[in-house]
Design a protein around this ligand. Structure first.
Ligand code: PMP
Length: 291
């Protein structure tokens, strides 16, 4: 069955201050954001009809826009209210919200000066990111030949569309090789993250996660670090070399869409879905549904 394309669905999308019919939420082919990769975006998960950490996501969208050298024309509180309203209008129970901002068509030079910043928010039902059973059995990662760029070569702190060009290349190669996702190293060759999630290793019952100095410091990552503290687990945030994967008893990823996602293999090395990962996945599952 061919999936319904994203531009041909029923419903409503919020675009530049108005709620418009889904199919009419369009941008022009000569949009600055399309040509020069200046868009920034967010992904917000909806549980039981409620967006989780919607304000934090709106704040990150603002910060990402600033990293790209522009200001959003809407305040975080407005974007939070729009997120809640679009979820309500679309009747989303378990789903995903995609706020996105980009520069318009006022001029098409490389400079961003003089462009109008557009913002849209769309939402749809999307209960799980990986196939059924992935939460139970884990996913398989392939170390990518693509790396996360150095902080002086790209806006690495932003959730910037331009950075996802690397993610798409890495993910396509990993999937073509029979894996579920790619594991990217940073510019120094240290462990960084997956294409849409942060990385944790469990070593002797302690959590180890890379310093987020060259990739997105995920909202889920921070939430899971706090939950681990509440569960009495030690968390070590430190530079981690790929060779340390050999010392890990468990590996998992965290992200808004991935949630706490167990990893069953990195390249040829297999991992159990262990009790620390399960404890954190359960604690996260409780938090998102019960607050
Ligand atoms: N890294 C990348 C590249 C991502 O796309 C995401 C998903 N937003 C994450 C990490 C995890 O971030 P968060 O927990 O805020 O969703």
């Amino acid at each position: 069955m061919t999936p319904v394309p994203f531009d041909d669905r029923d419903g409503t999308i919020w675009l530049d201050g108005s709620f418009v019919p889904w199919r009419e939420a369009r941008l022009h082919v000569l949009s600055h954001g399309l040509h020069y990769g200046g868009a920034v975006f967010e992904g917000v998960r909806v549980y039981g009809g409620r967006p989780f950490k919607s304000v934090e996501h709106a704040e990150r969208l603002r910060d990402s826009a600033r990293e790209m050298n522009y200001e959003l024309p809407y305040a975080e509180a407005e974007l939070d209210a729009v997120t809640r309203e679009i979820v309500r209008r679309e009747g989303i129970e378990d789903g995903y919200v995609r706020p996105v901002a980009w520069r318009g068509s006022e001029q098409l030079g490389v400079s961003g000066a003089g462009t109008f910043v557009h913002v849209a928010v769309a939402a749809w039902e999307w209960p799980h990111v990986f196939a059924d059973g992935a939460q139970e059995h884990g996913i398989r990662l392939k170390t990518s030949r693509w790396r996360r760029p150095a902080p002086d070569t790209a806006p690495v702190r932003a959730k910037a569309a331009s950075l996802y060009a690397i993610g798409t290349l890495a993910r396509d190669e990993a999937e073509a090789a029979g894996y579920d996702d790619a594991l990217l190293l940073d510019h120094r060759g240290r462990l960084a993250e997956a294409t849409g999630a942060n990385l944790f290793l469990v070593v002797d019952g302690e959590l180890h996660t890379p310093v987020p100095d060259g990739f997105l410091d995920g909202i889920t990552r921070r939430t899971v670090i706090a939950l681990a503290g509440e569960l009495g687990l030690t968390v070590r945030v430190r530079p981690i070399e790929p060779a340390e994967l050999a010392l890990a008893d468990e590996v998992f990823l965290t992200g808004t869409a991935y949630e706490v996602q167990p990893v069953s293999a990195v390249d040829d090395r297999a991992y159990e879905v262990g009790k620390t990962t399960r404890r954190l996945a359960e604690a996260y599952g409780r938090l998102v549904r019960e607050g």
